[in-house]
Design a protein around this ligand. Structure first.
Ligand code: DGL
Length: 271
């Protein structure tokens, strides 16, 4: 990894990768700390959702796509802005790509520091919540606490729909809250880890569904700080508008136009 900063083009982009629009919750935090950084936001909409796929499928897509994207766009750093992809494939991607890689890890550590009741809820995709990666985070950082997990993959579609400007049935959020609350000890949850980058996009809806007394925590601000630290001292200058990159041409691209514009993504390409 040595030497990256020494021959850095000022317009070399940061590449943020997710299955869909979830990583925009990470991009928003990155913009706050690195407003001048050129960005490619890549969404594998052809593979969405990841949360219902097998580990092998997710790993193959993520490694293959990031390899192609790295070759084509020469990013200075790649952020896997997706918990599912990170908890499954972060190590593999690091092994094969000669670019600094920042992953997205469920924010169990900060949640353990924040909880007063000692009971933490975790909402993620089905694929994320079964990962050994999450077991290890729990063992390391949530010892003596109770961590209740619920697969709320339905929220991924809800976030996608919301950002396309479509209405979402509030029953979706009620089911996510009940999925944690109805577990033994669930009534004591005072802190909920949003362990999928799509979920912070639904924070208001989830807060309503959980009711007062519950705080939400996600990793986006920490990831942005990590990216800033890894690129400290590097020159940043945009020579062209930031790019939204998709893996499949479909109707959702037009429906997301306003969302992409709001995120500062001025151009759209399909890989
Ligand atoms: N945004 C992704 C995550 O953080 C996954 C959504 C999906 O494709 O299932 O896990």
């Amino acid at each position: 990894m040595m030497g990256f900063a020494t021959i850095m083009d000022a317009d070399a982009p940061l590449l943020l990768f997710d299955s869909g629009v979830g990583g925009l919750s990470v991009l928003a935090e990155v913009r706050k700390v690195l407003p001048a950084a050129p960005v490619i936001y890549a969404a594998d909409n052809g593979g969405l959702p990841y949360g219902t796929k097998s580990e092998a499928e997710v790993a193959a897509r993520v490694c293959g796509l990031l390899g192609r994207m790295a070759e084509r766009y020469h990013p200075r750093l790649i952020c896997i802005a997706c918990n599912t992809a990170s908890t499954i494939a972060l190590g593999m991607v690091r092994d094969v790509l000669n670019v600094p890689i920042v992953g997205t890890v469920p924010a169990i550590k900060p949640a353990a520091a924040m909880t007063r009741t000692g009971t933490i809820g975790l909402l993620g995709t089905a694929a994320t919540i079964r990962q050994g990666y999450v077991d290890r985070l729990e063992a390391e950082f949530a010892q003596g606490k109770r961590l209740l997990r619920f697969a709320a993959g339905e929220l991924v579609g809800a976030a996608e729909a919301k950002l396309r400007g479509e209405p979402v049935d509030p029953a979706v959020f009620a089911r996510a809250a009940a999925g944690l609350r109805d577990q033994p000890g669930g009534a004591d949850i005072d802190t909920v880890v949003l362990a999928c980058t799509h979920f912070p996009l639904l924070r208001d809806e989830l807060a309503k569904a959980f009711g007062p007394g519950v705080q939400f925590v996600d990793g986006a601000a920490g990831i942005a700080r990590r990216i800033a630290a890894l690129t400290a001292g590097q020159p940043f200058a945009r020579s062209i508008g930031d790019l939204a990159l998709f893996t499949k041409q479909d109707n959702s691209l037009a429906a997301l136009a306003d969302t992409l514009k709001d995120a500062g993504l001025e151009r759209v390409e399909v890989l």
